[in-house]
Design a protein around this ligand. Structure first.
Ligand code: SAM
Length: 196
């Protein structure tokens, strides 16, 4: 299995009206998604924002919990937060993963709605892809990933509860459910992401 990474985009994402915006970083998204990424053995978690001051804010949070007083008090949180990195754009994440993994990653996007006419990837299809290439699972903030991100991806994971009348999950819930479908206990003969 090749390494699987996660990226949380704060830009470019949509607002309620469909305009492209940059969202503010949420403390909970740093901690909760890092824990999920660690629990499912992902190779890294990128928090993507083009705003330098926001990246610095994340770095300060990470510093406190990774090596400051917080790390001594809650070591398991420090362990999860070691996976976190900031990046200014998804393009930079792709190049960084390519350097680390030694080959170009597949970019897989997520959305509550169908992304295109093309069939979305079911978990088993995504796992088959992880055998062949490194991958980045991309999640959105605000009202979801911008159309250009969705259109530029190598594939889209099938929406969770896609036929339900309501399926707008928090991104933290969507990440946890997605990772459990892909790498959960008893799924795919114990496949683990990242740790090779
Ligand atoms: N402000 C919200 C929050 O605090 O979580 C952000 C909502 S954001 C649009 C939610 C992100 O979670 C989406 O961009 C997508 O990555 C993912 N997501 C939400 N519902 C989903 C679903 N039903 N299936 C797959 N992914 C979903």
């Amino acid at each position: 299995v090749k390494p699987v990474y996660l990226a949380l985009l704060h830009h470019p994402v949509r607002d309620r009206a469909g305009e492209i915006i940059t969202t503010a970083v949420t403390n909970l998204d740093v901690h909760d998604i890092a824990r999920s990424a660690r629990a499912y053995d992902l190779a890294g978690y990128f928090l993507v924002t083009p705003i330098e001051a926001q990246a610095q804010l994340i770095e300060r949070i990470l510093e406190h919990w990774r090596s400051g007083a917080g790390a001594r008090r809650v070591p398991e949180r420090a362990e999860a937060l070691r996976l976190c990195r900031t990046a200014p754009s998804l393009g930079v994440v792709v190049r960084q993963v390519e350097r680390e993994a030694g080959e170009a990653p597949k970019v897989l996007v997520t959305s509550a709605r169908a992304v295109s006419e093309a069939s979305p990837l079911e978990p088993a299809q995504a796992r088959a892809l992880f055998d062949r290439a490194p991958a980045i699972l991309v999640f959105g903030t605000g009202h979801g990933l911008a159309p250009e991100v969705l259109a530029g991806a190598d594939g889209a994971l099938a929406p969770i509860r896609r036929h339900a009348s309501y399926n707008h999950l928090s991104v933290r819930a969507a990440v946890a459910i997605t990772l459990d479908r892909l790498f959960g206990d008893g799924v795919g003969d114990g496949v683990v992401a990242g740790r090779v």
